[in-house]
Design a protein around this ligand. Sequence first.
Ligand code: ZN
Length: 242
Amino acid sequence: MERPSFQIIKCVWRFRSRCEAVTDTVFFQNRAGANKGSGGVAGAAETAIDRRERLRKLALETIDLAKDPYILRTHLGTLECRLCLTLHVNEGSYLAHTQGKKHQTNLARRAARENKDLELQTQVPQAPTIRKKVFVKIGRPGYKIIKIREPTNQRMGLLFTVSLPEIKAGERPRRRFMSAFEQRREIPNRALQYLVLAAEPYETIAFAIPAKEMVEQEEDPESVWEHWDADEKVYSCQFLFK
Ligand SMILES: [Zn+2]
């Protein structure tokens, strides 16, 4: 079966002291190069069942059920998601649920609420001076990038997984998109945009990705999502290009 493979070239560089930029180029090959069992390129033939299985495997990789704060085992042997108040017959179905629209939306809502609380807390007693944060950087976090293709309408996307075991206690990774002209590390290339991820005390990293229009999260929250696993210290986010 001949599948059209696509190749994205990415420049991943780290922000070093001052303006020195180190550029790594990561080439993505066709399906053979994709990480088996954790996504890869979803072909046109992929069914809904395959997709669920893929999500379940991905969840297995990134979520440790023993540390999941939302899982609740009932006396009937079923599982409940305490975040969404949903019932699940087994771990597989619970794991699939954690990657689904409802759970991700609830996670995002909760995170937004927590961030807001934090903002309110920090706003009150602070002096109005912005102090530059000083911390000892410990290098670049490990990351995995998987390119994905939607089975139905063939939209392409990227799934980023960043492992941050040494992240500062209570810290949550922060991400931001930057245009080629906003960043000051490389000669602007209008074909690129940058996904910048900061998590102290790691060095801030940026992934250069195609400057194509992306699907909004509200449009398709099942495909476009962000997740911070505070127990496993794994940050993941997924995007789709239009
Ligand atoms: Zn849930």
